[in-house]
Ligand binder design. Structure first.
Ligand SMILES: [Zn+2]
Length: 432
């Protein structure tokens, strides 16, 4: 069976090589036999498995002892001491932002040119891929217009290295809610697109879709309360309309929401995921579980922002905001809400995506649940049927890490090899 499989696979590989590719695009390997210590397939860990990649797909994943035939054309990699797993799927990135301790969000939006922001995003995309993140859901350009459309195209065409991208373009906010804000007589550039009422929202939602948005992002609440608190923005009717239009195009809506009421409206409207969820209570988490809405808790962003504000994690007591975040995350888990891996990376450095996974574990998830969320879990939430699993027929988005992440998530910092669509896009030199 395996013999026949490999023969077919190698035939397919020959076809793949004959197809023309862009000069700078990495060609898929003809046939790659990967022999790690263990394989995490997206659901569970398997000792002594082998994985075979031909073209852009996985053609075998199973016991290494069953692999009897190898040919000259296969490149066989002995990956002792490693774990092979699906490429990570980051659920909440902003490739067009860089850490706020370097430059505040407001200064990035107000003072950095589109060219500078795009150049930075190119660097961020490569850092993300090298860290083992082969897919990102990038949730808004934060004032950089439709720049994510071009970055995604450049990656897909092999012009620059980077993860595959699901993009949200400008995102939707209500008039008066979003920043940057200044003197009332000035019309400042905004970090997202303002839209209000049925006609305007319909037009702007459809326009973002038409220009390349894979997801529509809405800010269901924001810090526009009289005392600077977060308060709901869009009405229920407005959110319902956005979801109706977006789902009729075959896409999902994602909602930024940090108040229980904003979250409740978003869930009732039918969004796919809720981002942050800091003000969630047991009632709204139960509603999310009931409606199958996932939570991207963005633990690492809150953690980073508190540290930028002076919190010394090793010597200072835990701030109230972090304690509240821990308690809220626990409530969500207890309610059975599906947890998405999404850290709001960009607030902290691109390539440090694993910080979110470590905090998910620290705040109460088991390591295997964390690994699942980062791979098969996010693939399922985002509707990416060919990603997130190591199984026959899936796209070969694969990473090889040193150690066993089910015992120590720190292994995810030691990415030795990254394969995207069957092409080796990063390999530590010591392995050559
Ligand atoms: Zn964000």
């Amino acid at each position: 069976m395996i013999r026949r499989l490999l023969a077919v696979a190698i035939g397919l590989a020959a076809l793949a090589i004959a197809a023309p590719v862009a000069p700078s695009a990495q060609e898929p390997s003809s046939s790659l036999v990967l022999l790690p210590d263990r394989v995490f397939d997206g659901e569970r860990m398997h000792a002594d498995w082998a994985v075979v990649v031909v073209g852009d797909a996985i053609v075998y994943a199973g016991p290494a002892t069953d692999l009897v035939t190898r040919t000259e054309e296969t490149r066989e990699l002995d990956l002792k001491g490693t774990t092979l797993m699906p490429g990570l799927i980051e659920g909440h990135s902003h490739l067009l932002l860089h850490p706020y301790d370097e430059t505040s969000w407001t200064d990035q939006v107000m003072s950095e040119s589109l060219a500078e922001r795009t150049a930075r995003a190119v660097v961020h995309a490569e850092a993300t891929l090298r860290a083992g993140v082969t897919t990102v859901r990038d949730l808004g350009t934060e004032g950089a217009g439709f720049a994510d459309v071009g970055i995604k195209a450049a990656i897909d065409k092999g012009v620059i290295p980077g993860p595959r991208m699901l993009i949200a373009t400008k995102a939707l906010v209500t008039t008066g809610s979003y920043g940057p804000k200044g003197a009332p007589e000035h019309q400042l550039p905004k970090g997202a697109e303002a839209a209000d009422g049925i006609d305007d929202l319909a037009r702007k939602t459809r326009n973002q879709i038409g220009r390349g948005a894979d997801w529509i992002k809405v800010y269901a609440d924001y810090r526009w309360g009289a005392d600077g608190t977060s308060q709901p923005t869009f009405t229920q009717q407005e959110l319902d309309l956005i979801v109706e239009i977006t789902s009729s195009s075959g896409r999902y809506v994602v909602a930024h929401a940090g108040t229980a009421e904003g979250m409740r409206r978003a869930v009732l409207a039918g969004v796919r995921t809720i981002e942050h969820g800091d003000g969630g209570d047991a009632g709204v988490f139960a509603l999310m579980a009931e409606h199958g809405v996932a939570l991207c808790p963005t633990l690492a962003a809150g953690d980073a922002i508190m540290q930028y504000g002076g919190w010394n994690k090793t010597t200072d007591p835990e701030p109230a905001r972090i304690q509240a975040k821990r308690a809220g995350f626990k409530l969500a888990l207890e309610a059975g809400v599906e947890i998405c891996f999404g850290g709001d990376v960009g607030v902290y450095a691109h390539g440090d995506n694993v910080r979110e996974l470590e905090l998910m574990h620290e705040y109460g998830m088991s390591r295997s649940d964390v690994l699942h969320a980062a791979t098969a879990g996010n693939a399922s939430i985002f509707g990416l049927e060919r990603l997130g699993s190591i199984a026959v027929g899936k796209l070969a988005d694969i990473i090889v890490v040193e150690g066993d992440p089910e015992q120590d998530l720190g292994a995810l910092h030691r990415v030795r090899m990254v394969i995207k669509s069957g092409a080796v896009v990063h390999e530590e030199e010591t392995w050559n």
